[in-house]
Ligand binder design. Structure first.
Ligand code: 13P
Length: 282
């Protein structure tokens, strides 16, 4: 069943664990993620970027693929279909109209006033459709791999939250998407003070490559949703590379793509345990 993320994130926030948000790239990834989370009895957020939506074929293709898999696989865990880093009002509305149950508006490259205005317009539309809204502040997505860590401004964050009615917030605490250059410099003090001040579930982007200690500290400091993309891509690509090297004559796409299934499922199962989301569906 598809649902929004409101109750899931609030429960995780109160009980001190995090809901995983795994990025999907195609039908097979969606299937593997659902399979792993069903086996783990873990709620799951399927996150889709605009470029992945384009790759799938469009917003409706994504929604129908996810809904059909949920139906055919008889999935009973809560599944959220989430637009990751929506770049505009129009993109968020398209996702909501197509059937996404959660959207993120990434206005982090806008001025505070503009970010507040557009976020509020999206919230108005989203709430009328029972859809959750995540917002970002701090420019995490501006540069995939900045040479210096980016940290959100505490006063801007608290002002942003007081002027909007967002369900969750992604601050920048030195986290980056993709592979970290050197040791990640995460500011947990900032994360903890933001959590105390805003009192809404926080989201950690760019969680691939962070060690167990950092993930646990982030959850302790108030993170209730953790985004993983690169770790799954890396696990899948490594497994497929080995399979192709060992099977030079194979040409069946189902065998090639499927050779990465176990690697994705194993990676997810380790994350679900680390995030504490396993066995949270009753
Ligand atoms: P990683 O690719 O670093 O896991 O980040 C994923 C993410 O934050 C998606 O929004």
């Amino acid at each position: 069943m598809l649902c929004n993320s409101d109750d899931l994130l609030l429960k995780a926030y109160k009980e001190g664990y995090a809901i995983p948000a795994y990025n999907i790239n195609n039908l097979e990834w969606t299937k593997y993620i659902l399979k792993a989370c069903v086996e783990d009895n873990s709620p799951v957020i399927l996150a889709v970027t605009e470029s992945a939506i384009k790759y799938f074929g469009g917003y409706h293709t994504v929604v129908n693929t996810v809904k059909s898999l949920v139906q055919d696989m008889n999935v009973k865990i809560p599944v959220v279909l989430h637009l990751d880093h929506g770049s505009s009002y129009e993109s968020c509305i398209k996702a909501i109209d197509a059937g996404f149950t959660s959207v993120m508006f990434d206005g982090s490259n806008l001025s505070l006033d503009e970010n507040v205005d557009i976020t509020n317009k999206i919230i108005e539309y989203a709430k009328a459709h029972d859809v959750s809204v995540e917002a970002e502040i701090g420019n995490l997505g501006a540069d995939e791999n900045p040479s210096e860590p980016v940290y959100s401004d505490f006063d801007e964050v608290t002002e942003f939250v007081s002027r909007t009615d967002i369900d969750s917030l992604a601050p920048s605490i030195g986290n980056v998407h993709g592979i970290y250059k050197g040791e990640p410099k995460l500011n947990f003090e900032l994360l903890g003070s933001i959590c105390k001040a805003v009192k809404i579930p926080l989201v950690l982007h760019g969680a691939s490559g962070l060690d167990e200690n950092k993930i646990k500290t982030a959850i302790f400091c108030g993170v209730s949703k953790i985004n993983i993309n690169t770790d799954l891509q890396y696990a899948w690509a490594s497994a497929v590379r080995i399979y192709l090297n060992q099977n030079k004559d194979v040409y069946d796409p189902r065998k090639i793509i499927g050779s990465g299934e176990k690697a994705i499922i194993n990676t997810i199962k380790q994350k679900n345990i680390l995030f504490g989301s396993n066995n949270k569906v009753y």
